[in-house]
Design a protein around this ligand. Structure first.
Ligand code: ASN
Length: 361
């Protein structure tokens, strides 16, 4: 296995390990398993909270033998954690392995099995760093494998189908759960518990499964303002904090973050990136003293944060705080100046807004 990312054990299950006979007429798909509820077991079939992660990639595949009728599978066990514990080491490992895998001519696409809590962050990260038109499909489950009506097996079958579907090429990284296909750019987890949690309210969905066949509403398209990042040689990512705005927010949090080592700060602002006058003065003072990049996003689940004239904060546009954090992190990992980071975000704004911003600078 490649070892550019240190200290991260990853196990490979080759196609020969996974299936007794490789079917040369089927596409090859590689599954990268990271953990989450899809790989979890409860103590009874009625337990749907408080279960524990533990199933390996081979057990996920064994639970859905139907996937071997549609593709030859290889699997990487990259981690086996709840997605709250996915970290930069795992992300960098995924970037490295998925780029290598998709560069192979005989691989149609890849599937990442993942906890749902931070699935949108990993999916958004992969959207920005994977250099391929082949499908990257992120999938999870809301019910553990042991539950009545567990959703993981069908979600996995659909994810593998999508990763090998010719009509899924050129659509960037996708998230699929519960029959729905969404773009990693805008899809978010909307409900902490319900099955029907992943969707994008404003941008809508890319497609839908009918009888396990993926149908798309539109021809392939990529999100506006997509910047592609090449992480070759990058072995760690900068620490970026998200600060959540609210009434009486502690203005000292900005300074505390920077003192603790944050190299960038994202604000989950009230309304369209707002913050109290007191906290704003404190944030600006920290910015003026340190130059630490600050991005203003919104704590509401949807919306657009516009840039403010002469303001020190970079506007997140349509991106929510957790996705803004990834975009800021990648920009800073590649050594971009704050001006360049602002350009990366501005590229995602609607064209007239971005043009007006450039004029002001
Ligand atoms: N449904 C899930 O996968 C939730 C789980 N706690 C996780 O994100 O790992």
């Amino acid at each position: 296995l490649p070892t550019a990312i240190p200290d991260h054990p990853t196990t490979l299950f080759t196609r020969q390990d996974v299936q007794s006979a490789i079917n040369a007429s089927l596409p090859n798909v590689t599954i990268f398993a990271t953990g989450g509820t899809i790989a979890s077991q409860g103590t009874s079939n009625t337990q749907t909270v408080g279960y524990s992660v533990g199933l390996g990639v081979q057990q996920l595949i064994d639970a859905v033998p139907e996937i071997l009728n549609i593709s030859n599978i290889a699997g990487y066990q990259v981690s086996n954690v709840g997605s709250g514990s996915i970290n930069e080491t795992i992300l960098l490992r995924l970037n490295e392995l998925i780029n290598i895998e998709l560069a192979k001519e005989d691989v149609a696409g890849v599937v990442v099995t993942h906890g749902t809590d931070t699935l949108e962050e990993t999916a958004f990260f992969l959207q920005l760093v994977v250099n391929s038109t082949k499908p990257v499909v992120c999938v999870g489950a809301m019910r553990p494998a042991t539950a009545l009506s567990a959703d993981g097996p069908l979600n996995l079958l659909q994810a593998v189908t999508l990763a090998s579907a010719p009509n899924a090429v050129g659509r960037g990284t996708m998230i699929t759960l519960n029959d729905r296909i969404g773009s990693a750019w805008y899809t978010t987890k909307n409900n902490a518990n319900s099955l029907d949690t992943f969707y994008s309210t404003e941008a809508g969905q890319l497609g839908f499964f009918i009888n396990q066949v993926p149908y798309f509403y539109f021809d392939p398209a990529l999100p506006v303002g997509l910047t592609q990042f090449d992480l070759t040689g990058v072995t760690d990512l900068p620490m970026i904090d998200i600060l959540y705005a609210h009434q009486d927010m502690d203005p000292g949090l900005f300074n505390s973050s920077v003192v603790n080592g944050a190299e960038g700060i994202v604000l989950a602002g009230v309304g369209a990136g707002g913050i109290s006058a007191r906290a704003s003065i404190a944030a600006e003072a920290v910015y003026n003293a340190t130059g630490v990049a600050m991005v203003a996003s919104h704590r509401s689940s949807d919306g657009f944060v516009p840039s403010s004239e002469g303001g020190f904060a970079i506007a997140s546009g349509f991106l929510n705080p957790q996705k803004s954090r990834i975009l800021l992190q990648l920009s800073l990992a590649l050594g971009y100046s704050n001006e360049e980071v602002a350009d990366v975000f501005a590229a995602t704004y609607p064209a007239p807004v971005a043009a007006a911003m450039r004029k002001r600078r």
